[in-house]
Design a protein around this ligand. Structure first.
Ligand SMILES: [Zn+2]
Length: 140
C-alpha cells in the first residue's frame, strides 16, 4: 500500500513537472534570419584556424592543407553569399513596404481634400462633410 502510494506520488510529481514545464516554457526567442549562417561562418573560421594550427605543427601535408583550406573557403563563400542574399531579400521587403506607404496615403489625402472643399460654392471646411455648411448642397 505504501509502495503504491509512493509510486502514485512519484508519477504525480513527474506529470506535474511535465505539465508545468510545458506551460512555463517561454516562447522561443525569434532567431535572426541569418543566425544559422552566422553560426556556420564561425564554424568555418574555427575550422580554418584549427587547420592552420595543425599545418604549422606539421600534422598535415601541403596537399592536404591546401585542399581542406580551399574546400573551407569555398564553403565560406557560399555562406557569405547566402547571408548577403538573405539580407538583400530582407532589405527589399522593407523598401517595398516604404514604397507602398506614400501611395496608400496619397489617395486618402486627395479624397479628404475633395470632401472638405465644396464643389458648388468653394467653401473650405476642416472636416469632411456630407453637406456644405455654406450653401447646404451635397458634397460628393
Ligand atoms: Zn457650398
Amino acid at each position: 500500500m505504501i509502495i503504491a502510494f509512493a509510486v502514485i506520488l512519484v508519477l504525480a510529481a513527474f506529470f506535474y513537472t511535465l505539465f508545468v514545464r510545458q506551460q512555463d516554457v517561454p516562447e522561443p526567442i525569434p532567431v535572426s534570419p541569418i543566425q544559422h549562417l552566422e553560426d556556420r561562418k564561425h564554424a568555418i573560421y574555427d575550422n580554418l584556424r584549427d587547420l592552420q594550427f595543425e599545418y604549422r605543427l606539421g600534422k598535415l601535408t601541403d596537399d592536404d592543407y591546401q585542399q581542406t583550406k580551399q574546400a573551407l573557403q569555398k564553403e565560406l563563400a557560399v555562406v557569405l553569399s547566402e547571408t548577403e542574399q538573405t539580407l538583400k531579400t530582407l532589405g527589399m521587403t522593407s523598401v517595398r513596404k516604404q514604397a507602398i506607404k506614400p501611395n496608400r496615403d496619397k489617395p486618402s489625402r486627395d479624397r479628404e481634400g475633395a470632401a472638405t472643399l465644396c464643389p458648388h460654392c468653394g467653401a473650405k471646411f476642416k472636416e469632411a462633410l456630407k453637406f456644405c455648411g455654406e450653401c447646404g448642397k451635397a458634397i460628393a
